[in-house]
Design a protein around this ligand. Structure first.
Ligand SMILES: NC(=O)c1ccc[n+]([C@@H]2O[C@H](COP(=O)([O-])OP(=O)(O)OC[C@H]3O[C@@H](n4cnc5c(N)ncnc54)[C@H](OP(=O)(O)O)[C@@H]3O)[C@@H](O)[C@H]2O)c1
Length: 240
């Protein structure tokens, strides 16, 4: 997805804020068409080459209808970026089953459903890129983050499996595992205590947690995501 590539039709989830919004801005600015999702379309930006789509990853019917709408409008989805996410925090023994279920839907089952929807078209054309935004928390687990870390680890492993299953095709699969961006876990930490086990936006509400000077910003992560994907798109086969 470099500046010199042909125009691509990109579906990116979680385009209303953070990394998703920064990536959508970058992609449209270099000529790609972007279908960006959020749970409420009014939260999505109005900009050239950007097409708002409603998807709630905790609702399979909304995932299917959102994907279908994007595919119909685009003609084809050549790049799928599973970016949307939230965090549910709290000590493992206090996490309600419903909260864990919700976290798995948002971070694992929802993205899997989108991959299942995107892959038939990609297989027909024998080309496409799937980028799953996971997290280093899936590899280096963080206490009081068991639901998030486990769901991200599950998506990472599924990404590796898919990569192997697509051997011999020209469909590329990327596991993009960012470190903590400037604002992320500030909001997450604020969730501990009597409010734990509630999902919250990763970058929302940076109350009471000192900002880290050296941590990455959403725009930097978006740039890295794009250059990483460009390498992937040009490589014959790459283990990522
Ligand atoms: N920021 C970091 O430091 C960091 C580090 C490692 C990994 N990551 C990963 O990077 C991705 C983006 O993080 P971010 O910091 O940019 O997050 P963010 O600013 O909080 O944005 C999250 C996006 O996901 C959407 N979203 C949340 N829950 C959803 C649901 N149930 N269904 C559909 N959409 C939902 C939100 O849309 P609405 O709320 O408008 O619906 C929003 O657009 C996440 O997968 C996160 O786990 C981030």
């Amino acid at each position: 997805m470099s500046t010199h590539h042909e125009e691509r039709k990109v579906l990116i989830t979680g385009a209303s804020s953070g990394i998703g919004l920064a990536t959508a801005r970058l992609l449209t600015s270099i000529g790609h068409e972007v279908w960006g999702t959020a749970r409420e379309v009014h939260r999505l930006p109005a900009m050239e080459r950007f097409h708002p789509i409603r998807i709630d990853l905790n609702d399979t019917a909304s995932i299917r209808s959102g994907f279908q709408q994007a595919e119909q409008e685009a003609g084809e989805i050549s790049v799928l970026i599973n970016n949307a996410g939230n965090v549910i925090n709290g000590p493992l023994e206090a996490l309600a089953a419903e909260a864990l279920q919700s976290q798995m839907e948002t971070l694992f089952l929802g993205p899997l459903e989108l991959m299942r929807l995107a892959l038939p078209g990609m297989r027909r054309r024998n080309t496409g890129i799937i980028i799953n935004v996971t997290s280093l928390a899936g590899r280096f687990p963080i206490p009081f983050n068991a639901g998030y870390s486990s769901a991200k680890a599950a998506l990472s492993v599924a990404t590796e499996c898919l990569c192997l299953e697509l051997t011999g095709t020209d469909i590329r699969v990327v596991d993009f595992s960012p470190v903590i961006s400037q604002r992320t876990f500030s909001g997450a930490r604020a969730c501990c205590g009597d409010r734990f086990a509630k999902p919250m936006s990763l970058t929302a509400g940076s109350r009471g947690w000192p900002r880290r000077r050296n941590s990455a910003r959403p725009l930097n992560l978006a740039s890295r995501l794009m250059s990483f994907s460009a390498c992937c798109a040009t490589a014959r086969r790459r283990r990522l």
